[in-house]
Design a protein. Structure first.
Length: 390
């Protein structure tokens, strides 16, 4: 595909396109693509790290295919740039994919606790498992016997999330069992905060419980190298949560205030027509033109992750103007009312996520329009949309 326009750099260093167009990947038959600005991601990592105390390590959370950004290219880039000390994934599969792609950074598997046989593959791929039960510890001890080597693990405590994690003091028994006699080493103790963004009092309570558990361990002479609790919101807002290591995800992808957006999503107008007043548009005829209108079609739909809830609610950007989604988002196509942009023609770039002129649409807008959170919309961006790395 021909690329149109020039790439420029904005004052804050963000890669930007010429006025309203940019260069899609060269071999693209359907002109729909997501751009991932790895430089912006790296700046976000540097900025985040700069806000933490100097000794605090950073575990960059790349689960969910790096929140839809592509775990392998993102993790490789971070490794090359020494942008993080650790990576966090949700499953052994996610960790194995990174190892097979040459990622050597320490990787903590945040989930995937059962069945315990998965520990074997995890350990063989030098992934650090999470344990959160006595039977998990026994399963891991068995793996340590089989591989004939000391296995490090992190013990997870539930301090108020109600998801995986040991309560206390039952967790103390489990911590005691993680010892060299069982071929194990307790490298980390961690917890997850359920409302760091919204409830400082409950966050403080969770941290208090966590610190009390650490106090008990210390009285027993059990020391852990990494005590960690903070996701992006906690690390940014609650200094007491930073401890030895922080685990940001969302902020590094630029989906928190103060950080640069990393992903843009673009397509092109592929079809336009002028219709009469009263013309129904799309499935279910949920939109009807009030006057003569220009209706354009773009080749992207809910199979690509565009929430169907954006139907008759969201907008896209064309030539720096907001253009409303008219009718329901269908599986592979979406219809746009471009009446307000008379110059619009087939081939014009359409920004679904990103900036055009003075306007911007973010994943937070998609989340608002579809009554969910930006985590959900960004991780749902479909595999059918090629990611292009800058
Ligand atoms: C255990 C754990 N730590 C850290 C994170 C990163 O959270 P955030 O993306 O809010 O920074 C997550 C994400 O859900 C998580 O599950």
């Amino acid at each position: 595909m021909r690329s149109i326009g020039t790439r420029t750099r904005s004052r804050n260093g963000t890669a930007q396109s010429g006025p309203f167009v940019s260069a899609p990947p060269s071999r693209l038959f359907r002109p729909t693509w997501a751009e991932v600005d790895l430089h912006a991601l790296h700046r976000n990592l540097r900025r985040f790290k700069g806000l933490m105390p100097s000794g605090t390590k950073l575990m960059f959370v790349v689960k969910g295919d790096a929140y839809g950004h592509g775990a392998v290219p993102v993790a490789r880039w971070v490794q090359e740039r020494r942008g993080a000390d650790w990576l966090g994934v949700s499953s052994v599969e996610e960790g194995v994919a990174l190892r097979e792609a040459g990622v050597r950074l320490p990787i903590l598997v945040l989930g995937s606790l059962y069945p315990f046989e998965t520990f074997l593959a995890g350990v063989q791929y030098q992934l650090t498992p999470t344990v959160a039960s006595q039977s998990g510890v026994q399963g891991l001890a068995e793996v340590a016997r089989r591989v004939g080597a000391r296995v490090k693990c992190h013990l997870k405590l539930d301090t108020g999330m109600g998801r995986i994690g040991m309560g206390w003091p039952s967790g103390l028994e489990v911590a005691r069992a993680i010892n060299p006699a069982n071929g194990l080493e307790l490298e980390g103790l961690y917890t997850h905060l359920s409302c760091a963004e919204s409830d400082p009092a409950f966050t403080r309570l969770q941290l208090k419980r966590f610190m009390a558990a650490l106090g008990d361990l210390s009285r027993e002479g059990i020391r852990v190298r990494y005590r960690h609790a903070a996701n992006s919101a906690a690390a940014l807002k609650v200094p007491a949560s930073r401890l030895d290591l922080v685990r940001p995800g969302i902020a590094i992808y630029g989906l928190a205030r103060g950080f640069e957006p990393v992903m843009t999503l673009r397509t092109r107008l592929v079809y336009l027509k002028t219709v009469k007043p009263g013309t129904p548009i799309g499935y279910g005829r949920t939109f009807r033109t009030k006057k003569a209108a220009r209706i354009a079609t773009i080749p992207i739909g809910y199979a690509d992750g565009v929430p169907r809830r954006l139907s008759n609610r969201g907008h896209v950007l064309i030539r720096g103007r907001k253009c409303p989604i008219a009718g329901v988002v269908s599986m592979d196509m979406t219809t746009i009312d471009v009446t307000a942009v008379p110059q619009a023609h087939a081939g014009d770039e359409v920004v679904l996520i990103g900036a055009s002129g003075r306007e911007r649409v973010g994943f937070d807008d998609w989340a608002k329009w579809s009554d969910t959170i930006s985590y959900e919309v960004v991780t749902r961006l479909g595999h059918r949309v090629p990611r292009v790395y800058r």
